[in-house]
Design a protein around this ligand. Structure first.
Ligand code: GAP
Length: 453
């Protein structure tokens, strides 16, 4: 899809900030990179951890009806045959006969009713053919069909094949869910839009098992829960819900919603929430010959549960929160001159660094010692960053770009050299409003903990 100039500029600024500040780097960069693969730097790693931890807290810790699991990436090939992935997990691919580019047929722009190659602008394209997205690999020392399997293209199947074990050990009654976060791999034909479409990425998936007559209601319930999650990680605008028309849903789905976000490169999917009926468990029961039924003690009924699946991408959510948070504004510097401030308005609960700790002057021993003590006090509880180099305004700006919501400055009041009423207090600067307030050092930890939880 063609992008306008300002959207492209915006995306370039975001990619550049991600690299400059250590959120995201190209994988294997010194060797020219590997298309569709990304490495997260110090700040990006914290951001992703915070997102995953918050998802886990919402899905598992704060609920009685969900337990977690952590499945292996490599599974028996039969899993992928039974799930239908080996036969049908593919995208339509065309080749450009002029420049030899390989392209996803369903993502091509048309000109005068003809699909156009985005690389060379030509129209001489082959007929589409199915390209399976799973990465093949061999388990053990023999590289033949008998050893073939795949890197998982989704985490969900591990949940389905472990359904019975987890049901037995957790002794949950329907409805209940199994949550999992982990890597997934897809050999995308055209990885693009930074990390949005990658070949290696992470998913956060919940399979919520239920009675057949609960499926449609739970689909609506999980859509609402998931929208709340996005707003609670700071995506308060730009979200869209796209109800997939029945004729476009997978044949086994009785309803699917896509949760979408307005990225600079267009409105794109963040998460799918799908009512998948009893399809997956039925497939695995028939293929394995092992019962995946649920027995209800009360009604004495035995049946295969239905499932509603909210399936989100960690990397896409990380990219969406960065895009939603990115801002530039003109603000006065210490001398009253206007300068451009780049600020990531990340929600404090997902911001990589929660608080910067700054002694006003680095050559004053008392200020430095007190700032260091505060740093040591806070670091068991949250990610804090100590910085004594450069003018205080510069230090604030650096943390603004990193998305750090709070800055604590130890000044002469703190050490009792000004107003005695301010002894043992610090200034706390809030990133978005840039307002400062004095807070007692003894109150600092509870103050920050409340804001970042
Ligand atoms: N188990 C269902 C499932 O995997 P999906 O819509 O194919 O459904 C779910 O994937 C989510 O995983 C997507 O909404 C997206 O957030 C993420 N995802 C899928 N493919 C991706 C890719 N190539 N790069 C980054 N994230 C991806």
């Amino acid at each position: 899809m063609a992008q306008n100039r300002s959207a492209t500029d915006q995306m370039e600024k975001i990619v550049s900030l991600c690299k400059r500040r250590g959120f995201i780097f190209q994988s294997s960069e010194i060797y020219g990179g590997l298309n569709g693969c990304w490495d997260y730097g110090p700040l990006g790693t914290e951001l992703k951890r915070n997102l995953k931890d918050f998802w886990w807290r919402r899905m598992v810790y704060e609920r009685d009806d969900v337990v977690g699991m952590d499945g292996s990436i490599l599974m028996n090939r039969q899993v992928w045959i039974a799930s239908g992935h080996e036969a049908t997990f593919s995208d339509p691919m065309v080749d450009c006969r002029i420049c030899k580019a390989r392209l996803r047929a369903d993502q091509l722009d048309e000109k005068n009713g003809r699909k156009q190659c985005p690389v060379c602008g030509g129209f001489d394209l082959t007929e589409p053919r199915a390209f399976n997205l799973m990465f093949k690999t061999y388990v053990g020392a023999t590289e033949d069909e008998s050893a073939l399997t795949y890197l998982r293209p989704e985490t969900a199947q591990a949940i389905f094949v472990q359904f019975k074990n987890i049901l037995d050990v957790s002794r949950k009654r329907l409805p209940f869910g199994i949550a999992q976060i982990g890597k997934a791999f897809r050999n995308e034909i055209n990885p693009r839009n930074f990390t949005f479409r990658s070949r290696e990425f992470e998913q956060m998936e919940l399979e919520y098992f239920c009675w057949p007559d609960q499926g449609l209601e739970l689909l609506e319930y999980w859509l609402k829960e998931r929208l709340k999650f996005y707003s609670d990680v700071g995506i308060t605008s730009g979200l869209h819900v796209h109800k997939i028309p029945p004729e476009e849903c997978a044949h086994y789905s009785k309803g699917t919603y896509d949760i979408e976000f307005e990225f600079p490169f267009g409105i794109q999917e963040l998460e799918g929430v799908a009512y998948r009926t009893d399809y997956d468990l039925t497939q695995h029961q028939s293929a394995s010959g092992k019962s995946l039924e649920y027995f209800d003690e009360e009604s004495k009924k035995r049946f295969i549960p239905h499932v509603v699946e909210p399936s989100a991408g960690v990397d896409r959510t990380a990219l969406a929160v960065i895009c939603a948070a990115y801002d530039e504004e003109k603000v006065p510097d210490e001398k009253g001159n206007f300068e451009m401030r780049t600020v990531l308005r990340l929600h404090p609960r997902i911001a990589p660094i929660k608080c910067g700790i700054f002694p006003l002057l680095k050559n004053n021993k008392l200020l430095v010692a007190r700032a260091r003590e505060i740093y040591e006090q806070l670091r068991p509880y949250m990610m804090v960053f100590y910085d004594e180099s450069g003018a205080i305004g510069r230090r604030y700006r650096r943390q603004d770009e990193a998305g750090t919501p709070f800055g604590v400055t130890v000044d002469f009041d703190t050490i009792g050299e000004n107003d005695p009423a301010n002894v043992e207090t610090v200034t706390v600067r809030e990133r978005d409003s840039m307002k400062q307030q004095r807070i007692a050092i003894s109150e600092l930890k509870p103050y920050l903990m409340e804001k970042i939880r």
